[in-house]
Design a protein around this ligand. Sequence first.
Ligand SMILES: C[S@@+](CC[C@H](N)C(=O)[O-])C[C@H]1O[C@@H](n2cnc3c(N)ncnc32)[C@H](O)[C@@H]1O
Ligand SMILES: [Zn+2]
Length: 303
Amino acid sequence: MNVAGLQPGNNFEKMGNNLKMTGWRCPVCGDGLVPEYENKCFVCRGNAGSAKHHSFDIARQGYVNLLLPNQKGSTDPGDSKMMVKARTDFLDAGYYQPFSDAINRICKEMLDGKSGIIADAGCGEGYYTKRLASSLPDCEIRGFDLARDAVSHGASSARLSQINNVRFGVASLFDMPLSDGAAEGVICLFAPVAEGEFARIVKKNGFLVIGVPGEDHLFGLKSAIYSEPYRNALRRDELSLFEPVSVERVSYGITLRTNEDIKNLFRMTPYYWKTSEADMAKLDMLDTLETEVCFDLLAYRRK
Ligand SMILES: C[S@@+](CC[C@H](N)C(=O)[O-])C[C@H]1O[C@@H](n2cnc3c(N)ncnc32)[C@H](O)[C@@H]1O
Ligand SMILES: [Zn+2]
């Protein structure tokens, strides 16, 4: 059976399929982990001569679960299938494509002609992960998230789209299954920033791109719900292990074309969890909605 989406594509073979080059790290013992696509698993070889062999199955959808039971912690309420579907439907409608294009361009600039592994920490259902993979065919993009339904969706849709240079794994971004210095870069979009872990997996002079909402992000949506909408605080993360390189704002207006699009956008925001039923019901009346979208992309280089 083919396990596409996790198949060795051209680029994977170019990078080599040996222990040293895979860059995968066993979450149990920390040794190198080797994908065995024909056996539908990832296997830890252990150190030479050691008897350790930890094995992790590649799921039918093409992702690998590298999360240990003790790493699970509390489950994110954003994990549900309904949330994944809302995010997927909204993102696939293309409203955030200019933001995704900006991420791709900045990663390309930060790579400066190099190729290699780029981790997407907290990749969700993989919209940005897959688009980055398509724009950087000489790189392998590895998306990690705690949300299994999201990762599963990412893997199966990558397979459908025949994007071979992307891998998806269930893993915590605070403990990624990548060896030290394995990655050229990390992107972290609207997800927790694990500076120490990012610094561990990225090469010296490698890069980090953090995506955060800007002050006016979704102000039109908030105005439709709240009588006193507020603007977001400006975010500029000061990091000690990474040098700031650039800040780029991507902002533009969008017109949501259907009530379903409006509700999908609302469901993927944190407001979904803290809005009263009465305020939420205001969205039922709307067939279109204009709102600003405003993202900041903060780029850094590993010291
Ligand atoms: C707001 S979503 C953003 C998803 C994706 N980056 C995007 O922009 O479409 C935040 C994601 O971070 C993930 N997340 C939160 N804490 C995490 C952790 N400790 N390890 C891995 N993923 C985590 C959540 O499951 C969720 O998918
Ligand atoms: Zn192991």
